[in-house]
Design a protein around this ligand. Structure first.
Ligand SMILES: C[S@@+](CC[C@H](N)C(=O)[O-])C[C@H]1O[C@@H](n2cnc3c(N)ncnc32)[C@H](O)[C@@H]1O
Length: 274
């Protein structure tokens, strides 16, 4: 299949129909959630501390849901109104803004403890309008992102580079904007599982995190299970458990958002039958 960014500009490609199809597709949900979880892992956030995060190209909030499940607060930015409408319909906890990342990140200096971006960065390499200069847009984006991150914060982008030139172009603009870092390639020998993460650091030239490789490849399924296990060991409720739902609702109430009252049915296991 041709890459979506060749077909139309993002705000056109992700129209009402596509946005709904995207958000309902269980295979897509599964992939986006896994990649978001890996991005959060690569952020190396302080343990057991809620952080304030930015999600670039947040879409309908699949990546943002992972942030809130981990107890973080987030703001999302996206160029597609249809995607954001669905995020709002899904009642994501984060606030979302309609904005083109190529025009920069419109936030105060030092606002965020970290940033993730899942499957969005490659769109910035395209010139969808005659006025678009991808190199310039990349630089504007990275330099304003650098400014709105707190020092020592990281930004992790899962993206689909078209080729090595594009990867170099993106990395060069990020470095020019002041970031350290580079690309981590997970499962490099697997056509299906291979994923690229651009890991950017605002301070200290720390070594890049280790990629997941062949060894873990065999344990790919148990990687997520391990994560749930670690969560449990840290005393966090397991996803979709009654405690997990109650915690999530409590966070929404603290944010002043309308939230359904708890009942004896909250978190009840469904039979699977309709
Ligand atoms: C594949 S979707 C991913 C959405 C979400 N991160 C997820 O994991 O489900 C890519 C998103 O990037 C957004 N995007 C593409 N170019 C953008 C730009 N210039 N500024 C902001 N968002 C953009 C698209 O509108 C789309 O919602």
């Amino acid at each position: 299949m041709s890459r979506p960014e060749y077909l139309a500009p993002p705000e056109i490609f992700y129209n009402d129909e596509e946005a709904r199809k995207y958000t309902r597709n269980t295979r897509i949900i599964d992939i986006q959630v896994k990649m978001s979880e890996r991005a959060v892992e690569l952020l190396l956030l302080p343990e057991d501390q809620p952080c304030f995060l930015l999600d670039i190209g947040c879409g309908s909030g699949l990546s943002g849901s992972v942030l809130e499940d981990d107890g973080h607060y987030w703001i999302g930015m996206d160029i597609s109104k249809s995607m954001l409408d669905i995020a709002i319909e899904r009642e994501v906890e984060g606030d979302v803004i309609l904005s083109d990342m190529g025009q920069g990140c419109p936030f105060r200096a030092g606002t965020f403890d970290g940033c993730i971006s899942i499957s969005a960065l490659q769109w910035l390499c395209n010139a969808d309008k005659t006025s678009h200069r991808p190199v310039q847009r990349l630089y504007t984006f990275f330099s304003t992102l650098y400014a709105c991150l707190s020092r020592n914060a990281r930004a992790v982008f899962q993206f689909y580079p078209e080729n090595s030139n594009q990867m170099e172009l993106i990395t060069a603009q990020a470095m020019k904007a002041g970031f350290y870092g580079g690309v981590v390639c997970d499962f490099p020998n697997s056509t299906k599982a291979k994923k690229f993460f651009l890991v950017l650091m605002t301070g200290g030239n720390m070594p890049l995190p280790q990629a997941l490789g062949d060894q873990e490849d065999k344990n790919c399924v148990s990687y997520m299970a391990k994560r749930e296990h670690v969560k449990k060991a840290r005393g966090k409720p397991l996803k979709n458990s009654r405690e997990w739902i109650q915690e999530k609702k409590e966070r929404r109430r603290r944010q002043g958002k309308e939230t359904r009252a708890d009942s004896k049915f909250t978190g009840r296991k469904r039979s699977g039958r309709f």
